[in-house]
Design a protein around this ligand. Structure first.
Ligand SMILES: *[C@@H]1O[C@H](CO)[C@@H](O)[C@H](O)[C@H]1NC(C)=O
Ligand SMILES: *[C@@H]1O[C@H](CO)[C@@H](O)[C@H](O)[C@H]1NC(C)=O
Ligand SMILES: *[C@@H]1O[C@H](CO)[C@@H](O)[C@H](O)[C@H]1NC(C)=O
Ligand SMILES: *[C@@H]1O[C@H](CO)[C@@H](O)[C@H](O)[C@H]1NC(C)=O
Ligand SMILES: *[C@@H]1O[C@H](CO)[C@@H](O)[C@H](O)[C@H]1NC(C)=O
Ligand SMILES: *[C@@H]1O[C@H](CO)[C@@H](O)[C@H](O)[C@H]1NC(C)=O
Ligand SMILES: *[C@@H]1O[C@H](CO)[C@@H](O)[C@H](O)[C@H]1NC(C)=O
Ligand SMILES: *[C@@H]1O[C@H](CO)[C@@H](O)[C@H](O)[C@H]1NC(C)=O
Ligand SMILES: *[C@@H]1O[C@H](CO)[C@@H](O)[C@H](O)[C@H]1NC(C)=O
Ligand SMILES: *[C@@H]1O[C@H](CO)[C@@H](O)[C@H](O)[C@H]1NC(C)=O
Ligand SMILES: *[C@@H]1O[C@H](CO)[C@@H](O)[C@H](O)[C@H]1NC(C)=O
Ligand SMILES: *[C@@H]1O[C@H](CO)[C@@H](O)[C@H](O)[C@H]1NC(C)=O
Length: 493
C-alpha cells in the first residue's frame, strides 16, 4: 500500500516536497540537513541552467495538462460521483460512466477522463466506442479483496481457470464482444495491487485462478497506449481472441521475483496485432504469445497470427523477454519480433511447447535482438509438460518450423542458444544469420541442439552445433549436416 500511494511519475516534486517538510519539522537537525540539500540542488540546477532544475525552483505546482478530446463527448469520472482519495470505492462511478458512454454509440462514442488521484475500484466492464483517458497522476487502484472480484467461466480454449479448475476471477478492467476501445492517457497508471494476491496464491489461500489486470475478449479495434500498468494480480494485459489490437508506448511493471505469473502482454488467439515501444519489467514473461491449452485449445482452434512485436526493452528475471507458448494449441504463425533489448533476464526469446499441445509454431522471424546479461539467449523447449488434466492426447505433437534468427548480438550470456527438439517434436527449417554473442562461461555447451534441421548463413559466434547445415553469405552450401538428431543439451549450463 505504501508503495502504491507514493507518486512515482514526473510530478513527484509537487507532492514530495510539502509532505517531507511536514514530516521533518519534528526533527530539527534533519530539517537543517534537508534545507542544505535543497539549496545545494537549486544552486546546482541554476548553475548549469538545466530547464528541469529551473522548473522545480520556480514552479513547484505545474499546471495540469490539458486533456485532448478524442471523442465527440468527454466525461469526467467525478461527474459520476467518483472520489479519488484512494479509499472510496469507485466501481459504481465507473459503471455509470460506462453506461452513459454505451448510449453514445451512434454519436461516435465517448471519452471518460480519470483526473489525478487514487481511484479505488472493483472490476468493471468497458463498452464499445469508448476511450478511457488517464490523466497524469491518475491511478486506478484495483481492490485487493477477492470478494469484490466476480467469477467467470473458464476460457473455452483452456477448459480450466489455468491455475485452478472451474471458474476464474475476471479482470480488473474487462470487456467482451466490443469494438473500438481505447485505453490511453498522459502516463496515468492502472495498479492491480497484486501483492495481496501473490501472497495468497503462494499460501494456497485462493480457490480460483487470479484475474488479469486488463482482459479484452472477442473484440476488435483495440488500442492501449501511453499509460503505465503495474502490479497485476496475474497476467497484465490479456487480449483474448481479438482482431486488430495495438499496444504502444506502455510501461509495464511488477517486482522481478515473487510476483508469480505477472506476464506483461499475452496475445491469446489474436490476429493482426502490434506491440511496440514498450518498457516491460515483470515477474514472468515480458510478452507471451498463446493460443489455448492442449485438447481445449485444439478444439477451440484459433491461432495467434500476424503479430508484430518491436522496439521493446524487456526484463524478466524468472522467465523470458519474449515467449511463444507454452499454451499454443491453436497455433502461432507469422510473427515478427524485432529491435528487442533484453537485459538482466533468465532467458531472452523462448518458444515452449510439449507433446499434447498439438498446433504449430510457424513463420517466426526474430531480427535485431540485443541480449545484455541473460543466462540463456535463444531457447526452444519441447518438453514443457504442464497439462490441464489427464484428457490431453500425448500423440498431439506440435509442428515447429520456419523460424529464423538474424542480427543477434549480446554480452554476458551464459548459453547463447539452446534449441531442444525431440523425436516427437523435431525442429524444422531453423535459420541463423549474423549472430555474435559474448559469452560468460565455459566454451563448450554454449550452442546446444537436439533434433533440429536448419542452416547457418555466413559465420556466427559462437560456432553453431553440428546439427545445422552451413551456407556462405551468398547462400551456397558449404557443408550439409549428417547429424541433425544428435543431442548436446545440458541444463547444467
Ligand atoms: C511513465 O511512468 C512510469 C512509472 O512511473 C515511468 O517509469 C515512465 O518513465 C513514465 N513514462 C514517461 C514517458 O514519462
Ligand atoms: C474533473 O472534475 C474535477 C472536480 O470537478 C476537477 O477538479 C477536474 O479538473 C476535472 N478534470 C477534468 C480532466 O476535467
Ligand atoms: C462484465 O461482462 C461480462 C460479460 O457480459 C459479465 O459476465 C460480467 O459479470 C461483467 N462484469 C461486471 C463486473 O459487471
Ligand atoms: C509515450 O507516452 C508518454 C506519456 O505516457 C508521452 O509523453 C510520450 O510522448 C509518448 N511517446 C510516444 C512516442 O508516443
Ligand atoms: C476457499 O474454499 C474454502 C473451502 O470451501 C473456504 O473455507 C475458503 O473460505 C475459500 N477461500 C476463498 C478465498 O474463497
Ligand atoms: C484497426 O483499429 C484502429 C483503431 O481502432 C482503426 O483505426 C483501424 O481502422 C482498424 N483497422 C482495420 C483494418 O479495421
Ligand atoms: C501518445 O501520446 C503522444 C503524446 O501525447 C501522442 O502524440 C500520441 O498520439 C499518443 N499515442 C497514442 C497511440 O495514443
Ligand atoms: C536494433 O534495435 C535497437 C534497440 O534494441 C535499436 O536501437 C536499433 O536502432 C535497431 N537497429 C535497426 C537497424 O533497426
Ligand atoms: C535475478 O535476481 C536475483 C536477485 O536480485 C539476482 O541474484 C540474479 O542474478 C537475477 N538473475 C538474472 C538472470 O539477472
Ligand atoms: C508461412 O509463410 C508462407 C509464405 O509467406 C505462407 O505461404 C504460409 O501460409 C505461412 N504459414 C502459415 C502457417 O501461416
Ligand atoms: C515455410 O516457408 C515457406 C517459404 O516462405 C513456405 O512456402 C512454407 O509454406 C512455410 N511452411 C509452413 C509450414 O508454413
Ligand atoms: C525456411 O524458412 C525461411 C524463413 O525462415 C523461408 O524463407 C524458407 O523458404 C523456408 N524454407 C523451406 C524449405 O520451407
Amino acid at each position: 500500500m505504501l508503495e502504491t500511494l507514493t507518486p512515482t511519475n514526473g510530478h513527484h516534486h509537487r507532492r514530495w516536497v510539502p509532505s517531507t517538510i511536514t514530516f521533518l519539522s519534528t526533527h530539527k537537525t534533519l530539517l537543517i540537513a534537508f534545507w542544505m540539500v535543497f539549496f545545494f540542488t537549486v544552486f546546482y540546477s541554476q548553475r548549469d541552467a538545466s530547464p528541469r532544475g529551473l522548473l522545480i525552483f520556480r514552479r513547484a505546482f505545474p499546471p495540469p495538462r490539458q486533456l485532448p478530446k478524442l471523442r465527440p463527448v468527454a466525461f469526467n469520472l467525478t461527474d459520476f460521483g467518483g472520489v479519488g482519495d484512494g479509499v472510496t470505492l469507485n466501481t459504481a462511478a465507473f459503471e455509470r460512466a460506462v453506461t452513459a458512454i454505451s448510449k453514445l454509440r451512434k454519436k461516435g462514442g465517448g471519452q471518460l477522463n480519470v483526473p489525478p488521484g487514487y481511484w479505488l475500484t472493483a472490476p468493471f466492464n468497458l463498452t464499445s466506442h469508448m476511450t478511457l483517458f488517464l490523466a497524469e497522476g491518475a491511478v486506478i487502484l484495483g481492490i485487493d479483496d477477492e470478494k469484490y472480484w466476480p467469477l467467470m467461466p473458464p476460457l473455452p480454449s483452456y477448459g480450466y481457470g489455468r491455475e485452478r479448475p472451474g471458474p476464474r476471477y475476471g479482470s480488473l478492467i474487462h470487456g467482451q464482444n466490443l469494438k473500438d476501445v481505447v485505453i490511453t492517457g498522459h502516463n496515468g497508471t492502472i495498479n492491480g495491487q497484486g501483492q495481496t494476491w501473490w501472497k495468497k496464491y503462494r499460501q494456497k489461500l485462493l480457490n480460483h485462478t487470479r484475474g488479469p489486470l486488463v482482459q479484452i475478449m472477442w473484440s476488435s479495434d483495440i488500442v492501449i497506449s501511453n499509460i503505465t500498468l503495474r502490479n497485476s494480480p496475474f497476467w497484465t494485459v490479456h487480449p483474448y481472441d481479438c482482431k486488430n489490437v495495438t499496444m504502444k508506448n506502455l510501461t509495464i511493471l511488477a517486482p522481478i521475483f515473487d510476483a508469480p505469473n505477472t506476464d506483461g502482454i499475452d496475445p491469446d488467439s489474436c490476429e493482426d496485432m502490434v506491440i511496440e515501444d514498450c518498457y516491460i519489467s515483470v515477474g514472468d514473461d515480458g510478452v507471451a504469445i498463446k493460443s489455448g491449452w492442449d485438447q481445449y485449445g485444439i478444439t477451440y482452434g484459433k491461432p495467434s497470427k500476424n503479430i508484430l512485436i518491436r522496439n521493446l526493452i524487456v526484463r524478466s528475471n524468472v522467465s523470458a523477454g519474449v515467449s511463444i507458448g507454452s499454451e499454443m494449441s491453436g497455433g502461432v504463425s507469422n510473427v515478427i519480433v524485432e529491435n528487442i533489448h533484453v537485459w538482466n533476464s533468465r532467458r531472452a526469446v523462448r518458444i515452449k511447447t510439449a507433446p499434447g499441445r498439438g498446433g504449430f509454431v510457424q513463420n517466426i522471424t526474430y531480427r535485431n535482438l540485443t541480449f545484455d546479461n541473460v543466462r540463456v539467449g535463444i531457447v526452444i523447449k519441447t518438453d514443457y509438460n504442464e497439462h490441464p488434466d489427464e484428457g490431453f492426447d500425448p500423440k498431439a505433437a506440435p509442428i515447429l518450423e520456419n523460424i529464423s534468427y538474424s542480427t543477434v548480438h549480446g554480452e554476458g550470456v551464459r548459453v547463447p542458444v539452446r534449441i531442444h527438439g525431440s523425436e516427437e517434436i523435431p525442429l524444422r527449417n531453423i535459420t541463423f544469420r549474423d549472430m555474435s554473442i559474448g559469452i560468460t562461461y565455459k566454451k563448450k555447451h554454449i550452442f546446444q541442439c537436439a533434433f533440429v534441421q536448419g542452416r547457418v548463413i555466413g559465420s556466427i559466434f559462437p560456432a553453431p552445433c553440428d546439427n545445422l547445415d552451413l551456407y556462405d553469405e551468398q547462400g551456397r552450401l558449404v557443408r550439409r549436416s549428417t547429424s541433425q538428431n544428435i543431442s548436446d543439451i545440458d541444463y547444467d549450463f
